[in-house]
Ligand binder design. Structure first.
Ligand SMILES: O=P(O)(O)OC[C@H]1O[C@](O)(CO)[C@@H](O)[C@@H]1O
Length: 232
């Protein structure tokens, strides 16, 4: 991890197989095996920490080792974000630091389900109103960082009730529709897109946005986000 984070690392929060039982394609997979690791609320300096607190923004790094669980690639549990006072879902900004990622995004009303593929140095903005699951479809460790409103409490209930997201990515890259969902649109698969208006350009470092004190207001005020950046 020191390759990706030169600062102090707290103990990670760990998701085990048991934590994931209600979101897996094969719910009988069970056990205490750790699946992924979340290093939350990181800052390189005390000044950065204070600035992040003033912006009401949190910086995390998540490590998802490669693997298959019950025929499915290892993935995060999946959650939605609550609404801001203006009634818009909180967004989130991810950057892949190493490995490759598939971000399975689904609108709360299920009118859109999209997979955004991203490789190292690419950014993925989780749009307001979309839940997200991150899948490691590769053979290498996936390391990713995120910036998100510090006020966001992740909402897991829908994913748990539905036994995961609208689709499962099975070994070999096969997408299988989750039969517990009502009719959902066909899966769109798109490559990670930049959002230059927000300073989101592939190749630059996500933590620069903190150290250079960039405008992250859109993470708490998503009405500032252009609303067509994922349109096909
Ligand atoms: O809470 P889940 O669904 O396990 O997802 C974990 C991810 O969500 C975050 O909490 C941020 O939304 C990250 O720390 C981590 O990448």
């Amino acid at each position: 991890m020191s390759r990706y984070w030169p600062g102090i690392l707290p103990d990670p929060s760990v998701r085990t197989l048991d934590d994931m039982r209600y979101v897996l394609a094969s719910p009988d997979a069970a056990g205490t095996m750790p699946l992924y690791f979340m290093y939350r609320d990181l800052a390189l300096t005390e000044d950065d920490r204070q600035w992040l607190a003033e912006q009401n923004v949190r910086f995390d790094i998540t490590v998802i080792p490669p693997g298959i669980v019950g025929g499915e690639y290892v993935k995060t549990k999946g959650h939605y974000h609550p609404l801001t006072p203006a009634g818009i879902g909180y967004p989130e900004l991810y950057q892949v630091l190493a490995g490759e990622a598939h971000y399975l995004l689904q609108r709360k009303d299920l009118r859109d389900v999209v997979v955004v593929t991203a490789k190292a140095a690419e950014f993925v903005l989780i749009p307001p109103g979309y839940g997200h699951v991150t899948i490691n479809p590769g053979v290498e460790e996936l390391v990713m960082a995120n910036l998100v409103s510090a006020g966001v409490a992740s909402e897991y209930a829908f994913y748990e009730q539905m036994q995961g997201g609208a689709y499962y990515e099975m070994e070999g890259g096969v997408w299988v529709r989750n039969p517990r969902y009502p009719a959902v649109p066909p899966l769109r698969v798109i490559a990670a897109v930049e959002v230059p208006e927000l300073g989101i350009r592939h190749g630059r470092g996500i933590y620069e946005m903190v150290s250079q004190r960039e405008d992250l207001a859109y993470l708490n005020a998503p009405e500032k986000i252009p609303d067509d950046f994922y349109k096909t």
